[in-house]
Design a binder for this molecule. Sequence first.
Ligand code: CP
Length: 304
Amino acid sequence: MNHLIDILDLSVEEISELIAVANDIMANPEKYQEKCRYKKLATLFFEPSTRTRLSFEAAMMELGGNVLGFSDAASSSSSKGESVSDTVSVVSGYADIIAMRHPKEGAPLVAAMKSEVPIINAGDGGHNHPTQTLADLLTIYREKGDLNNLTIGFCGDLKFGRTVHSLIAAMSRYKNIKFVLISPNELKLPSYVKNDHIKEKNIPYVQTESLDDVIGDLDILYMTRVQKERFFNEEDYLRLKDSYILTPEKLKNAKSDLSILHPLPRVNEISTLVDEDPRACYFRQTKNGKYMRMALILKLLEVM
Ligand code: CP
């Protein structure tokens, strides 16, 4: 059974294949519009989402398939105490593939142990978000033409930012990568991510609290939201939430071919004035996510 729980479940070669398929879907959507006819995708979202859930559903519809699911734990029987294992045992009898988001780290892995159909981790707590990483990789590839030879700055909440953890794991496998980790002291990258990927592969990195000091060095700037829902007390959130705000003024010192990514949703960390800058890629990134999810569904259902 094929599942996607962690981005490292996919080899570099498989990611290249998914990028090629996603690009082909964009160029020739009619070739794919019946590929998943009579197949069903279940979206089990125990946490809020706009992009991930709707792009999964749009992806399956554009492949000719159908979707079912829930967008709120309160409307599912988990609110009556049903376990993730039982929920998945049941839903895998109704659907051919399942995308699951859950606030608890490891819940999609537990689901994969029980499921009779492929499970896709659509974000588990502050841990991983592999399909966001697929969207990020396609965006970087389309903007830069390569996934090698890049200096990538991650800015904001690197502690709870599951998209950051998954993208660092993925980019650590490419050549001549440098990481610049920009965060307040309280929101630094967890040691396990640094040890398992950056230090393990001897990747050069810089850690700083100042975006201004490093912005001119970056090929990619990956902005992130300080996530209110992961804080234990509101006082800390209020103190840290506006640590970084990207403005046209700050971008004056950036490279002319910088690519600005953000998994979204954005709150305050990128001024809307930046949206008109050609270096702002975040809305293109959301569209790329749908095409990579289409490619992933085809792969996991083995209908490529
Ligand atoms: N990037 C992302 O996961 O967005 P949603 O929470 O809206 O799905």
